[in-house]
Design a protein around this ligand. Structure first.
Ligand code: PGA
Length: 247
């Protein structure tokens, strides 16, 4: 049985003052022990977030693949772990677009996260043009094949399917479309990793709210959500956690 995971992604939002939101999120995490709750925050907020909510899984939004070296402005897995992160996101579409990260980069970051003792949330997702031309499943499957570490297990890896056109737009795929992609991702992981592929969680991401979360969580291969905008306040994030708990 895969436990549900509800993970927030604050992106380039938040401040020391905004960490007050973590109080309500941590309280919900404690109130629903059957659900795993995590929040990825800007790197400057990892240490204070961890100090404010020590019981909550705090993560990084990205890491560099190298353990150290001449990479101005970058952070290694060990650095974010020292600050209190227990996981990192890799391959978010905003980084694939803005920083031109390739599938190979994403693979290397996933490996580096694992080597550094972090959990890894690896993001995949098609564009609107790819979906409109009937290529969504093929695109996501090939992104997975490129970035999936060969030694991945459910103990440290989570996949997030986030159609690019659904991020921050208020648009979501139909439940049938979500399950079709999640089912294909599951089948591909089992193909590549054997039984370990059954234990790796697949989150849905893209305009998840308290209103639509339960519909997504009811699908057989949706093991939780990666939430952007609605993770910024406890008022919006807690109902998603409650939906994962089946309430
Ligand atoms: P959104 O972002 O929930 O604001 O659509 C999701 C994400 O990019 O992780």
């Amino acid at each position: 049985m895969r436990r549900k995971l509800v993970a927030g992604n604050w992106k380039m939002n938040g401040s020391l003052a905004a960490l007050a939101e973590l109080d309500g999120i941590a309280a919900a995490a404690a109130a629903y022990p059957g659900v795993d709750v995590a929040v990825a925050v800007p790197a400057t907020l990892i240490a204070p977030a961890h100090a404010r909510a020590p019981g909550l899984a705090i993560g990084a939004e990205d890491i560099h693949p190298a353990p150290s070296g001449a990479h101005t402005g970058c952070l290694s897995a060990a650095m974010v772990a020292e600050a209190g992160a227990t996981f990192t996101i890799v391959g978010h579409s905003e980084r694939r677009i803005e920083q031109r990260e390739s599938g190979q980069d994403v693979w290397a970051k996933a490996e580096a996260g694992h080597r550094g003792g972090l959990g890894v949330i690896l993001c995949l997702g098609e564009t609107d043009v790819e979906r409109a031309s009937g290529r969504a499943e093929r695109v996501v499957s090939s992104q997975l094949e490129r970035a999936l570490p060969g030694d991945a297990t459910g103990d440290w890896l989570t996949i997030a399917y986030e159609p690019r056109w659904a991020i921050g737009t208020g648009l979501t795929p139909t439940p049938g479309d979500v399950q079709a992609i999640h089912g294909a991702v599951r089948a591909k992981m089992v193909d590549l990793l054997g039984d370990a592929g059954h234990a790796i969680r697949i989150l849905y991401g893209g305009s998840v709210t308290g209103e639509n979360a339960a519909r997504m969580f009811a699908l057989p291969d949706v093991d939780g959500a990666l939430v952007g905008g609605a993770s910024l306040t406890a008022a919006k994030f807690v109902p998603i956690i409650a939906a994962a708990a089946g309430l």
